[in-house]
Design a binder for this molecule. Structure first.
Ligand SMILES: NC(=O)c1ccc[n+]([C@@H]2O[C@H](COP(=O)([O-])OP(=O)(O)OC[C@H]3O[C@@H](n4cnc5c(N)ncnc54)[C@H](O)[C@@H]3O)[C@@H](O)[C@H]2O)c1
Length: 356
């Protein structure tokens, strides 16, 4: 399509500002409206970000009645589902923040709504736009590792429990597994070509989050601060996934891919995958010798957040498919959903995802 790309933003909290700043750098984009359930918040956001001509609303359905080409969904996790589906049903393309949703069922409904509407539903995983993530995928997909039979991913912050809406079950739906876990899952799963998850066996805990010694909002802590899961993937590989918002440890280890011909180890500077890639090492057996090849990390100054918003705008403009399709990210959500269900029941659970 030619001409101006008309955008609406639903939810005007912290991350909406990053969306607005990215859109403002694109001359072809006009932010036409902002909606937030807190009366007056959208208007204040419009003023603060100098979004000249944008209209504030208290209800996202009023925003969706406008002629818009796309919307950014920047609400807390629980509202991604309703607002995205309403936007798709109203004929709008959608960029939703991560995690995609709160349950697998919600994610499936969102992907189905996108298919039915023939509109883009893309999920905002900005680490994908780090050239090193693309390099990791290129190595895994090259076949040089042989058959990949074990993958370990996740990460941990020594102290990093967020407050506010992130620790409320009714707004976030889940804690660390969804908040930062979705990034590590996306790194590993995208590199593998997003195989279907088949079963999950998991444990989650909240011991540090509920302790006033380690978290100032302990009395309000309602989600998990730690989790570990074993996931069987279609094709036979096993994924070991672990995440912590707070722990008495420096790291939960690297992301690694074990293959029959080589192993790949990847580390990140902040222990979680929203902060870039620190090192990539390939372990092999060459000429009867055990070799460790340091793959140079691509140095760059790419603004990954800008790139994710730009990719959405370009897909709308050029009539391209979703850059990070909801129909695939359903598999990421399925693992998080499986973790919570398995941890709640104490049993391994089967994952069933319909064709979308
Ligand atoms: N990609 C990233 O780097 C990144 C970073 C932080 C947060 N996030 C994600 O962005 C989302 C929002 O996080 P945040 O930190 O901005 O939260 P926030 O609480 O600061 O803002 C969310 C806003 O949405 C509003 N809201 C709630 N329900 C709504 C609805 N139905 N319609 C319209 N507005 C509604 C709230 O009133 C609030 O103003 C979360 O899903 C979070 O996981 C992504």
């Amino acid at each position: 399509m030619a001409g101006t790309i008309r955008i609406g933003i639903i939810g005007s909290g912290g991350i909406a500002g990053a969306h607005a700043n990215a859109y403002k750098q694109m001359p072809e984009v006009e932010i036409k409206a902002v909606a937030d359930v807190i009366p007056g918040k959208a208007a204040e956001f419009i003023q603060r970000h100098n979004l000249i001509g944008a209209v504030p609303f208290d209800d996202h359905n009023q925003l969706l009645a406008l002629e818009l080409d796309g919307v950014s969904v920047c609400t807390p996790n629980v509202a991604h589902h309703r607002t995205s589906i309403d936007a798709l049903n109203a004929g709008k393309n959608v960029l939703t923040e991560k995690p995609m949703a709160v349950t697998l069922e919600q994610a499936i409904e969102m992907a189905e709504a996108a298919k039915k509407a023939g509109k883009i539903l893309t999920v905002g995983f900005q680490p994908r736009y780090d050239p090193n993530m693309q390099l990791i995928k290129q190595i895994v997909q090259s076949g040089d590792l042989g058959k990949v039979y074990y993958v370990e991913t996740g990460g941990g912050r020594r102290r990093g429990i967020p407050g506010g809406t992130f620790i409320r079950k009714d707004l976030a739906g889940a804690g660390a597994m969804a908040d930062i876990g979705c990034y590590s899952l996306d790194l590993a799963m995208d590199a593998l070509g997003y195989p279907k998850p088949l079963t999950v066996s998991a444990y989650t805990g909240d011991l540090l989050g509920k302790s006033p010694r380690y978290f100032r909002e302990a009395s309000h802590f309602e989600v998990e601060d730690f989790g570990v899961a074993l996931v069987r993937l279609e094709g036979g590989a096993i994924l070991n996934f672990k995440i912590s918002w707070a722990m008495h440890m420096d790291t939960l280890g690297a992301t690694m891919f074990l293959g029959t011909d080589a192993g790949l180890k990847v580390t990140s500077p902040n222990g979680v995958w929203d902060g870039g890639v620190e090192s990539i090492t390939l372990f092999r057996d060459e000429f009867g010798q055990l070799t460790d090849t340091v793959v140079p990390v691509r140095r760059h100054n790419i603004d990954r957040f800008f790139e994710k918003v730009k990719a959405f705008v370009v897909a709308i403009r050029d009539g391209k498919p979703a850059p990070i399709p909801g129909s695939i990210i359903v598999r990421n959500q399925a693992i998080i959903d499986g973790v919570l269900r398995s941890a709640a029941t104490g049993h391994e659970i089967d994952i069933v995802i319909p064709e979308i």
